[in-house]
Design a protein around this ligand. Structure first.
Ligand SMILES: Cc1cc2nc3c(=O)[nH]c(=O)nc-3n(C[C@H](O)[C@H](O)[C@H](O)COP(=O)(O)OP(=O)(O)OC[C@H]3O[C@@H](n4cnc5c(N)ncnc54)[C@H](O)[C@@H]3O)c2cc1C
Length: 406
């Protein structure tokens, strides 16, 4: 197959307008590269993927590198205000067990971005791309053409052709299903229930001070785990947008906790079909029922969980992370390295991919690099750091995996 070596500008098709795909699009736009993002959702609202996202120093550097200055400022203005460099682990009687703290060079910095609200992040990432994002484009399949280019076909009968196609379509990637079906992520046997708990209500109802502003983790002797992560906005999203970027379509949110409840599939007493059919009310009831022997202060928090924001996901991981064929189809983010949220690095790794791949594609666009060699360099580096991310996330989740695997 012909490989591109010319000095003319390239056209990049990005399948998937999630965190990684949109970061890449911003980086490429800033470098003057022709890029289009094809997203299956009909609008910016997206799907259920949790609420609060931890941003590592590496992820913060990647976001700052990809985003134009005004969006970077807007993201920082709406980021989490508290320091996020430690957690406190309790048993189910609320007896403190362990309080590790992590080195975070950003601690105390007034503009740090160490956690963000996912909806706010996605809306910021969708700002300023001026028509480069096509919603309602559900990727179906691709064809690699004899001239080295790639054509993507969408369910609405349309198609698009580019020099590079980036598979940024997440854990259930259809691009991967077509080209690398053997690389599907493995089910880790853990089911996680995510919820959003308004902070003001929980505090007014007597949430103990120790749990109010810290990342708290409860390790029950019954094998169930509950995490409580506060999201305290530095500034309300709409107010920050009005001040910094009025065209940004941000929606307001009050401070909240994201709660995460882990349960082994084998302990559920329900098949996956039954479990994933449960609605928000039923999932909240399941958590309340499973924690009925826990300290009352812990159980009462759940009275404020919003059923409409409660959903369940299976934990999955890609093992091993492997490079795809060198060529014009390049994977990015969860499509190539899914990992459990336990490590808080999945999005950060997708952002790192976007930063690295964006820089290399910009060099190809300027005629300084050959496409196949640039994408191979990206994949070599990506496989190495993504493997570390997957393994680290699995180590943190090890308690569950050991149990699930007997
Ligand atoms: C509940 C939860 C909490 C998490 N918390 C953290 C955290 O704190 N920190 C962290 O770093 N990571 C976290 N993660 C992981 C993080 O969300 C992912 O790693 C990250 O979103 C991956 O980005 P991505 O761009 O690869 O995929 P996604 O963000 O999933 O984006 C994929 C996009 O592709 C689109 N798409 C899918 N199929 C098609 C198709 N056929 N055609 C067109 N478009 C398509 C989807 O609609 C979506 O918009 C968490 C994950 C979950 C589920």
């Amino acid at each position: 197959m012909a490989m591109r070596t010319s000095r003319s500008p390239i056209r990049v098709l990005v399948i998937g307008g999630g965190i990684g795909g949109l970061c890449l699009a911003h980086g490429l736009r800033q470098a003057g590269v022709d890029v289009e993002v094809y997203e299956r959702d009909e609008s910016a609202d997206g799907r259920r993927q949790g609420y609060r996202l931890r941003i590592s120093p590496q992820g913060e550097a990647g976001l700052r590198a990809c985003l134009p200055d005004r969006l970077e400022e807007l993201l920082s203005a709406t980021a989490n205000v508290r320091d996020d460099s430690g957690l406190v682990a309790y048993d189910e009687n609320l007896v403190e067990q362990w309080a590790p703290s992590f080195e975070d060079p950003r601690a105390g910095l007034p503009d740090k971005i160490d956690a963000v609200d996912r909806v706010t992040l996605r809306r910021i990432l969708l700002t300023g791309l001026d028509g480069a994002v096509r919603f309602g484009k559900n990727f179906q399949r691709l064809e690699q053409r004899p001239d080295g280019r790639v054509t993507a076909y969408f369910e609405d009968g349309t198609e698009a052709t580019g020099d590079v196609l980036v598979a940024a379509d997440g854990t259930n990637s259809r691009v991967r299903a077509q080209l690398r079906p053997e690389d599907s992520p493995q089910d880790l046997g853990i089911r996680t229930i995510f919820s959003r708990i308004p902070r003001a209500e929980a505090i007014a109802a007597g949430l103990p001070e120790a749990l109010q502003d810290r990342f708290s983790y409860v390790i029950g002797t019954d094998g169930h785990h509950l995490g409580l992560m506060p999201m305290l906005f530095r500034e309300r999203p709409r107010q920050a947008a009005a001040r910094l970027f009025p065209q940004a379509d941000l929606v307001d949110s009050d401070d909240y906790y994201m709660s995460v409840f882990n349960v082994h599939q084998e302990d559920l007493g329900l098949s996956d079909e039954e479990f994933f059919a449960l609605g928000g009310e039923e999932l909240c009831a399941l958590v309340v029922e499973r924690t009925k022997g826990w300290h009352p202060d812990l159980r009462e928090i759940f009275a404020f969980a919003q059923p409409e924001t409660t959903f369940a996901v299976p934990l999955r991981a890609t093992r091993p992370v492997r490079p795809w064929e060198a060529g014009p189809v390049v994977p990015l983010g969860d499509a190539v390295h899914a990992m459990p949220p336990s490590g808080g690095v999945g999005a950060n790794t997708a952002i790192r991919d976007a930063q690295l791949l964006g820089g290399l594609l910009a060099a190809v666009d300027r005629g300084e690099r050959e496409l196949g060699e640039a994408t191979a360099q990206y994949q070599r580096a990506m496989v190495e750091y993504a493997t570390e991310g997957v393994e680290m996330s699995l180590r943190i989740a090890q308690w569950s995996i050991k149990k699930a695997n007997g």
